[in-house]
Design a protein around this ligand. Structure first.
Ligand SMILES: O=P(O)(O)OC[C@H]1O[C@H](OP(=O)(O)OP(=O)(O)O)[C@H](O)[C@@H]1O
Ligand SMILES: O=c1cc[nH]c(=O)[nH]1
Ligand SMILES: [Mg+2]
Length: 222
């Protein structure tokens, strides 16, 4: 993982060939919903594994069948709250929770309106109590204008003060990262890659398109 020099606490995995290979499949327009969802699950799993390297560990005495020795437990892994931002974070959360299996899970809905306002509609918020020892991980594959995650963080912070707030995503645009860091300087961000820019419709370039639609199909209005 590499810390981006433009911000503090913002990391990408552009140094990981395997994570980049999964991202390549996600970006490819020929990738259908089944491999797309599987790719998001894989990224969630590997990114959670990488995240454990930044967590507090504790030495513990244990006995093998032969003698006493010292082992470790990742203390912070026991105190995790994952916030899943509907829709696109569902497969990402499925991967995260394979490594962070003690996690309590909050689910929030967020739907971004059209340009230029990009208003966020949040209708559903179910978040557990957050405790001072918790690492709150907000899972959302796409960080574009940053409006969704600013709104989610504003909301989640009402549920108690955590030890760490960590965003786990797939792609981020520099504009969105800067806006989130301005509104919530205490937040760390881990993304597979940081892309170039946003287009006029608020889509990340080169990006991967609409993550929710690619994973689940485009919704229709009735
Ligand atoms: O950084 P922002 O500009 O706020 O955009 C990012 C948001 O856009 C997408 O959600 P979308 O509103 O498309 O909902 P969906 O996941 O249901 O498709 C994506 O999953 C993020 O939540
Ligand atoms: O590029 C983008 C921007 C927002 N939401 C997406 O799903 N993709
Ligand atoms: Mg969408």
């Amino acid at each position: 993982m590499i810390e981006d020099r433009r911000w503090k606490g913002v990391y990408s995995f552009e140094d990981s060939p395997f994570i980049m290979e999964i991202l390549t499949e996600l970006r490819d327009e020929r990738t259908g919903p089944i491999p797309f969802r599987k790719g998001l699950v894989k990224l969630g799993r590997y990114m959670a594994y990488e995240l454990t390297k930044t967590m507090e560990v504790e030495e513990v005495p244990i006995k093998t069948p032969l003698e006493e020795t010292t082992g470790v437990i990742v203390r912070d892994r026991r105190n995790v709250v994952i916030i899943t931002v509907l829709r696109a974070a569902i497969p990402l959360m499925e991967g995260l929770i394979k490594v962070l299996d003690h996690a309590r899970v909050g689910i929030v809905s967020a739907s971004r309106g059209k340009a230029p306002k990009f208003e966020i509609e949040m209708k559903y918020v179910k978040v557990p109590q957050v405790k001072p020892e918790d690492t709150v991980i907000i899972a959302d594959p796409m960080i574009a204008t940053g409006s969704t995650l600013i709104r989610v963080l504003d909301e989640v912070k009402k549920y108690g003060k955590a030890k760490r707030y960590v965003i786990v995503g797939v792609l981020a645009a520099p504009e969105g990262i800067s806006r989130i860091k301005e509104a919530h300087p205490d937040v760390e961000m881990f993304v597979a890659a940081i892309d170039r820019e946003l287009n006029d419709h608020g889509y990340i370039l080169p990006g991967l398109g609409d993550a929710g639609d690619r994973a689940f199909g485009a919704p229709i209005k009735v």
